[in-house]
Design a protein around this ligand. Structure first.
Ligand code: CP3
Length: 350
């Protein structure tokens, strides 16, 4: 039987739709009581990501409540360093803690880890297959990974950072060495995402949360180039797979990301002016960009912001989303209201 691609897949590929598709970054997570209950059954966050029964359940939770057009695999961008053998822990209230990579020996050890990495992450591909089989007919499954630059920031800093001094100094003092780390990540990410596609992912997203800390010249080398390589190689293996790139904080360089990476769609952050987003729509599909704080606050201000975004962007290539992830303080009923507004929207040509 010939079936039409799912609405969300067509939206990412550039189809303009009467009612825009939507999903939310971090749509599964701590703001949902059912997430907290499921998470309590795992030994820790890494264990949670490697438990297909629990990760499948969590991926489906927001779909059951709100019926987004796409589900995003429940996992984390730091599962690649974990797969490569870097020690990773998520500490309560602290976020991720990694044994920092600082020198050539550390990078060589990670390179050795490439071989066994997919096997270690095997349960994640099992989750992808299970979710795919359980989704409603027109709901697409998004697979994802972190982009090399953003993942490298956590690997070198040993966790989250405010100034990114360690990773930026490593890249500035010894670019050849830092490039080795980036190359390992390009290879690991390409293999990891290809496996997600083979297991059933229908769209991929690359999260580059910290692209915006790079100055223009380094942005090209450390953000754009590795992503371009990953996209080209995945397209080699899976020509039809739509890919979203989210280089948060790119400012005017979004134009460059749209032209250079080969992504079908770009995620835009809350700082991107809607007039600028409209220009980007001539290059790619645009995904974003409601402020997660507005969603958490709710009320009239949230509704006005949603409507303003829809009015500006829903007439072009567009997927509604946030400008960053749902925050834990978000009341679940605000997400229900958002879903109602987006679903009720009809584009009026005038
Ligand atoms: O619903 C979804 O969006 C899918 C699951 C998902 C998670 N993390 C689950 C998660 C996705 C796509 C991510 C991506 C991710 N992880 C990014 C890129 C996007 C972004 O938010 O900028 C980054 C930078 C990470 C790394 C990470 N993971 C940090 C810094 C933290 C701690 C801070 C925080 O928000 O908790 C995590 C933990 C994490 N990843 C949680 C979840 C639901 C919370 C863990 C918990 O339950 O305690």
């Amino acid at each position: 039987m010939l079936t039409q691609p799912k609405s969300f897949v067509r939206a990412i590929q550039g189809e303009i739709q009467a009612r825009p598709c939507f999903w939310l970054m971090r749509q599964a997570g701590r703001y949902l009581p059912e997430y907290r209950a499921t998470r309590a059954q795992a030994k820790g966050f890494v264990d949670l990501c490697l438990r297909p029964d629990l990760a499948t359940e969590i991926t489906l939770q927001p779909i059951r409540r709100y019926g987004m057009d796409a589900a995003i695999l429940f996992s984390d961008i730091l599962m690649i360093p974990h797969g490569l053998g870097q020690k990773l822990e998520f500490k309560e209230g602290e976020g991720p803690v990694l044994e920092p990579v600082t020198d050539a020996a550390g990078i060589a050890a990670l390179e050795k880890g490439l071989e066994g990495s997919l096997e270690k992450l095997g349960p994640i591909f099992e989750t992808v297959s299970r979710v795919k089989a359980a989704l409603p007919l027109d709901t697409a499954l998004i697979g994802f990974a972190g982009a090399p630059w953003t993942v490298a920031t956590y690997m070198v800093e040993g966790g989250g950072s405010k100034d990114f001094a360690k990773v930026r100094l490593l890249a500035a003092r010894d670019p050849a060495l830092f490039e080795k780390l980036i190359d390992v990540l390009v290879e690991a990410t390409t293999r990891y995402l290809s496996r997600q596609v083979e297991a059933g992912a229908e769209v991929l997203q690359l999260f580059d949360t910290w692209a915006g800390v790079l100055p223009e010249d380094e942005y090209q080398r450390w953000a754009i180039e590795p992503v371009k390589e990953i996209i080209a190689e995945i397209r080699n293996r899976h020509p039809a797979i739509p890919i979203i790139y989210f280089p948060k904080g790119s400012g005017m360089l979004y134009t460059h990301a749209a032209a250079e990476t080969g992504a079908d769609a770009l995620g835009i952050d809350t700082a991107v002016p809607l007039e600028f987003a409209k220009l980007l729509q001539h290059q790619v599909t645009v995904q974003g960009n409601l402020d997660p704080i507005k969603l958490a606050a709710g009320g009239k201000a949230m509704e006005e912001s949603i409507n303003r975004i829809l009015a500006a962007l829903a007439g072009g290539r567009f997927v509604f989303n946030l400008g960053h992830g749902v925050i834990p303080q978000t009341p679940p009923e605000h997400v229900a209201r958002l879903a109602e507004i987006v679903r009720g929207w009809r584009h009026r040509a005038n």
